[in-house]
Design a protein around this ligand. Structure first.
Ligand SMILES: [Cu+2]
Ligand SMILES: [Zn+2]
Length: 113
């Protein structure tokens, strides 16, 4: 996957797939919790256990841009319980102004960091 986000404050921003595609609430809470179809505990993406939606952090430079290419196991874009299509994609801390994500996913406003 490729995350390509701009308009961020310099530094680290947590980003996740959340369980609902509804990003209408200004604070992002309408997107629900982290996407977690297999009922794991929250954690780092490279840890023993984590939500399928736990992507870790994006690091933005002084220009506010963050780009990351990464692999996530356990999620799909095919139909089924592990599909992230239509789920909310949230970068925490600052509003995103542009993004590239899987077709059908939605980028979102920030949620309180
Ligand atoms: Cu999140
Ligand atoms: Zn989580």
């Amino acid at each position: 996957m490729i995350a390509n986000v701009e308009g961020l404050k310099a530094g680290d921003h947590a980003y996740h797939v959340h369980e609902k595609g509804d990003c209408s609430a200004p604070d992002g809470t309408s997107a629900g919790g982290h996407f977690n179809p297999s009922s794991h505990k929250h954690g780092r993406p490279d840890g023993d256990e984590h939500h399928e939606g736990d992507f870790g952090n994006l690091t933005a430079g002084k220009d506010g841009k963050a780009t990351k290419t990464f692999v996530m196991k356990g999620i799909t874009i095919a139909d089924g319980p592990t599909s992230i299509v239509g789920k909310g994609f949230i970068v925490h801390g600052r509003r995103t102004t542009s993004r590239r994500s899987r077709p059908g996913t939605r980028a979102a406003a920030s949620r309180a960091a």
